[in-house]
Design a binder for this molecule. Structure first.
Ligand code: TTP
Length: 259
């Protein structure tokens, strides 16, 4: 099904100086984004992974100055709450996950990367764009985010990108592409407690959203720059976690994408 990889060359769009480049890894739930990100990190010292702040979503600290004297629990699992009651919690979850991602990605890069003489690259696990055009949009279409919440979400999302987008601007997107069935199997194997109720149908919807955005490019995006970001599509249907030959093959495609 996904035997070939399609390369839209990134290099011509990239600056020639050794400024830090930013690339995001996209793909369905459990496709292997963090495994692939670690591969990239280990492949060269010029690559640094900015992991998705999922532990923050599982432990929302409630001890803000206003609540510190209240007898409340000190953290809550917003990821669990969202899966348990999506109509109630999807908007809150999508707000918090996007804000925490933006905060994480806006952190200054480590000195090691700034001093690099090669091509330093920051690798993001997902982006503020998949937050909106994959997950939040899907939840809106499923009726879990209502039209008022969706209008509010889009308003602050656009505003934040206008204000801070230049600091997290992407030079490339790597799309790890696999069938929803394969993602479902990987999701089952990893056994993240919050995800136990996820059905194949949900992964199929997310898969279509990725395809619309990154392959057929039929998703209406609201940021001029985003529509021009080159996309490298990698076949993640094959198990790559323990196969060094497949890993080398994928890494070669990534290097080619950047040179
Ligand atoms: P992913 O961002 O897909 O991360 P992952 O750990 O599944 O990635 P991989 O296995 O490929 O390394 O999703 C993490 C969890 O958060 C997942 O249960 C889906 C959920 N989620 C949302 O519901 N909405 C969102 O906007 C995002 C970013 C994640």
């Amino acid at each position: 099904l996904f035997s070939s990889s399609v390369v839209y060359r990134a290099s011509s769009h990239m600056s020639k100086s050794n400024e830090i480049k930013r690339v995001s890894i996209e793909g369905n739930i459990a496709v292997g984004k963090s495994t692939f990100a670690k591969l990239l990190q280990n492949a060269g010292q010029d690559w640094e992974v900015i992991a998705e702040p999922i532990s923050k979503w599982q432990n929302v600290d409630q001890t803000t100055p206003q609540t510190v004297n209240c007898p409340q629990q000190s953290s809550s699992n917003l990821l669990q709450m969202m899966y348990h009651d999506p109509k109630r919690w999807s908007y809150t979850f999508q707000t918090f996950s996007c804000m925490s991602r933006m905060r994480t990605q806006l952190q200054p890069p480590p000195a090691r990367l700034l001093q690099s003489t090669g091509t330093p690259v920051q690798v993001y696990e997902r982006s503020v764009y998949s937050d909106r055009y994959i997950f939040a949009l899907n939840m809106f279409e499923l009726g879990c985010i209502n039209s008022t919440e969706w209008a509010v979400y889009q308003d602050w999302h656009s505003f934040l990108i206008e204000q801070f987008g230049h600091r997290i601007q992407l030079e490339g997107i790597i799309y790890l592409r696999a069938s929803p069935q394969t993602c479902m199997e990987r999701l089952g194997k990893r056994g993240r407690v919050e995800e136990q109720g996820i059905q194949l149908d949900y992964l199929e919807k997310l898969h279509t959203k990725h395809e619309d955005w990154l392959v057929s490019k039929s998703t209406k995006v609201h940021f001029e720059h985003l529509a021009k970001v080159p996309v490298l599509i990698l076949d993640a249907e094959v198990e790559f976690e323990k196969d060094s030959k497949i890993q080398d093959n994928l890494l070669t495609k990534v290097r080619h994408f950047f040179n």
